[in-house]
Design a protein around this ligand. Structure first.
Ligand SMILES: Cc1cc2nc3c(=O)[nH]c(=O)nc-3n(C[C@H](O)[C@H](O)[C@H](O)COP(=O)(O)O)c2cc1C
Length: 216
């Protein structure tokens, strides 16, 4: 098949998907990807817990290895909780974190595999992880990060804005929020309704297809 024919077939397949799912359309794609930005300034507007719950429930449908679902999320909303984040955040990320209606510590549980018999009853996977903490950490990190990305997309899909951050002290975060547990922080995300008027700079460049994709 030549390139033109392949492209025509791909377009027809995309149109077919659009017809069948109805609303995974341009508007939805704009909302979660093309118009969505990482936010740093927050409107003084409350976000109901129900909306966050809905986003978490949507994100949990995203795929994970052996359905393991290692992501754990700590939602920081209270003033006391936000104060605990003060020594955790990098200086540049502090004020916006204190100002956001909600802040999610997106983490993963390195012992997540212990619940695989419930989540993946098809086959006993636990022996692969038992006595192999490096393997468990690798899988928890990979799948927990994927779930964190699903969560960002789901939050945007329910109409919220997100400001993801790596700029924080992971050791202090884990000592403060997860001491004595098997949970490890991954990234932190502010959640709310972002200010848009003139505050966000221009969209930064993305790679071209050929710079990041190799077809072999
Ligand atoms: C995991 C992750 C960590 C990030 N860490 C920070 C951060 O610490 N501070 C910050 O201001 N922005 C942070 N960002 C935002 C990125 O810089 C931003 O998404 C990127 O420049 C693209 O901008 P856009 O999403 O508005 O197109 C982070 C984004 C992600 C996904």
């Amino acid at each position: 098949m030549n390139d033109d024919a392949a492209l025509a077939r791909a377009r027809a397949a995309v149109e077919d998907v659009h017809k069948r799912v109805g609303h995974a359309d341009t508007g939805a794609l704009d909302l979660i990807f093309r118009d969505a930005r990482n936010h740093n300034k927050w409107q003084d507007r409350d976000v109901p817990e129900a909306l966050i719950r809905e986003a978490v429930a949507i994100a949990q449908f995203g795929p994970t290895s052996a359905n393991g679902q290692p992501m754990r999320v700590t939602l920081v909303r209270s003033k006391e909780g936000k104060e605990k984040l003060r020594p955790v955040m990098a200086p540049a990320n502090l004020e916006k974190t204190l100002a956001a209606p909600w802040t999610a510590i997106v983490a993963y549980d390195v012992d997540y595999w212990k619940t695989l018999p419930r989540l993946y009853p098809i086959r006993d996977m636990a022996p692969m992880f038992k006595d192999n903490p490096a393997f468990a950490e690798e899988h928890a990190s990979r799948n927990g990060t994927l779930q964190g990305a699903y969560l960002i997309i789901a939050l945007r899909a329910v109409g919220l804005d997100v400001g993801a951050m790596s700029g924080f002290n992971r050791k202090v975060c884990d000592e403060t929020f997860f001491a004595g547990t098997s949970v490890r922080s991954n990234f932190i995300a502010n959640i709310g309704y972002g200010h848009t008027d003139g505050i966000l700079g221009p969209r930064l460049p993305r790679y071209d297809f050929k710079e990041v994709v190799t077809i072999v």
